[in-house]
Design a protein around this ligand. Structure first.
Ligand code: BES
Ligand code: MN
Ligand code: ZN
Length: 487
């Protein structure tokens, strides 16, 4: 999806025109007061996000238009702009071309460039559907989005960067939707090797190398599967000083989570191809950082394994030696995400001298019990880092809410026969337990953990996401890195 930008539209352009209408009568609108009154009488009152497609007689003859409600007065916060754009996208499915003319939508005052970019981002990132294995949906998104605005030249320059973020969102959804017989640790690692063409340094550790590095936790999770595990290291050296400590971002990449011997129930196993959503975000984040040449050093880690039961599988009661040297007793083989991540975190602190560490993972079912699909959990040992991630989430409408991991929760980690247990059978504070477990591996580094178990996949169309993979975290983390690069 590539918007076309014009200061003045070429003659003869045919497209469905978007027209804005406020809720309060008397605000500027392209619509005459008579038309507005007629619409209000029929129940369309210009509430924010309401839309009405219609045919209108204008000086151009009969024209397809979409009336878009702006509310009392346009609220131009990033979140509102993105959701407004998404509403337009939903309402315009089935139309072939769309005319987004700023002065038709906001005839009073033109929103600033950032607000317009947010609207276009909301519009474009809403358009994805996964059609690799079926006929495309009957009502396709419009092929063209034609933007007419006095600032078209600058907008098109800004879109060069922002459009790549939107493309990355689509590719994350593609990766997450790809079935687990096609996407598994080796195949995802092979795809990662292709990222070299964008200037990334890509290294893949296979099972022999993982053995040499002592990554017993990652190996343990993968050992039940016919598909061996992998650790992928993606390096971007954008900073003028190559030795400037990197931001390290690690993603949970369980390409299918059956639970292992602690096997999931039938309904709970369905959909577990999306348990690599964290790794998919990190994969595309690094590509996007490279494509946009962000002046910052970043390392992405993909902790890839398939969690399966078999005669080779890890057992409850097994004790594995993690790369850190800490021994972990397996209470549940279904608590595998924290296992693959703890070795990735140790790799980061011991080999990469990170400025800070962030992991993103579909870690605990309890996360959606706590926060639903509306927000992801943020667990962080550093207030400054937490605040930056929170702000990046507000701006990109990928919102996070901070969860506690203070010493009140230390007692969760009471041990059995090893240094640590990977889970408890208790029902309480399960997401916090998982975060406290990960915290044991970050030494004294500033670290944040984002649990996207409730937000990575949407069961239905909502205001924030369409049904299916959401790519949650990509835009948030990109924004965070963009901000870090410029400060
Ligand atoms: N991948 C799951 C968490 C999950 C559940 C993500 C539902 C998305 C939707 C994770 O590996 C898991 O199985 N967690 C267990 C941990 C438990 C065994 C301690 C859970 O949350 O029940
Ligand atoms: Mn699991
Ligand atoms: Zn899992």
């Amino acid at each position: 999806m590539n918007p076309e930008f014009y200061t003045t539209l070429p003659a003869g352009t045919e497209a469905t025109r978007i027209i804005g209408m406020n809720r309060l009568p008397g605000e500027a609108s392209v619509l005459s007061p008579e038309v507005q009154t007629a619409l209000r009488r029929q129940g369309f009152d210009g509430s924010l996000g309401k839309t009405l497609p219609m045919l209108m007689q204008t000086s151009n003859g009969m024209e397809n238009v979409l009336i878009a409600g702006l509310g009392d007065r346009p609220d131009l916060s990033p979140r509102r702009c993105r959701r407004f754009g998404a509403k337009l996208a939903d309402a315009l499915r089935g139309h072939t071309a769309v005319l987004f003319r700023t002065k038709d939508i906001f005839p009073g005052t033109r929103p600033d460039d950032r607000a317009l970019l947010h609207i276009l981002t909301g519009y474009c990132s809403r358009q994805y559907s996964f059609d690799n294995y079926r006929a495309p949906e009957k009502t396709c998104p419009p092929q063209r989005l034609i933007v007419e605005d006095p600032g078209a030249e600058l907008l098109s320059v800004l879109w060069n960067t922002q459009g790549r973020v939107v493309d990355a969102v689509h590719r994350v959804k593609q990766l997450v939707s790809t079935p687990p017989n096609v996407l598994y640790p080796e195949s995802m690692a092979d795809m990662a090797l292709q990222l070299r063409e964008f200037g990334l340094d890509v290294e893949v550790l296979d099972e022999k190398e993982l053995e040499r590095q002592g990554m017993g936790a990652l190996l343990g999770v993968g050992q039940g599967s016919a598909r061996p595990p992998r650790l992928v290291i993606l390096r971007w050296q954008g900073h003028s000083d190559p030795s400037c400590p990197p931001v390290v971002v690690a993603g949970k990449g369980i390409t299918f989570d059956s639970g292992g011997l602690s096997i999931k129930t039938r309904p709970n196993m369905r959909g577990m191809k999306h348990d690599m959503a964290g790794a998919a975000v990190v994969f595309e984040l690094l590509r996007c950082v490279a494509e946009n040449h962000l002046p910052i050093n970043v390392v992405g880690l993909l902790a890839l394994a398939e969690n399966m039961p078999s005669g080779h599988a890890l057992r409850p009661d097994d004790i594995v030696r993690t790369m850190s040297g800490k021994y972990v007793e397996i209470v549940s083989t279904d608590a595998e995400g924290r296992m693959v991540l703890c070795d990735a975190l140790t790799y980061a602190v011991s080999r990469l001298s990170p400025a800070c560490l962030i992991d993103i993972a579909t870690l605990t079912g309890a996360m959606s019990t706590a926060l639903g699909w509306q927000k992801a959990g943020l667990f962080c040992n550093d207030d400054t880092l937490a605040a930056k991630l929170f702000d990046a989430g507000e701006e990109t409408d990928e919102r996070v809410w901070r969860m506690p991991i203070d010493e009140d929760y230390d007692s969760l980690l009471k041990t059995g026969d090893a240094d640590l247990e990977n889970a408890t059978f208790g029902q309480n504070a399960r997401s916090i337990f998982a975060a406290k477990y990960l915290e044991q591996f970050v030494e004294n580094k500033a670290w944040a953990h984002i649990d996207i178990a409730g937000t990575a996949w949407s069961e239905k169309d909502t205001e924030q996401a369409r049904k299916g993979a959401t790519a949650f975290g990509l835009q948030l983390l990109y924004r965070f890195l963009e901000q870090s690069a410029s400060s």
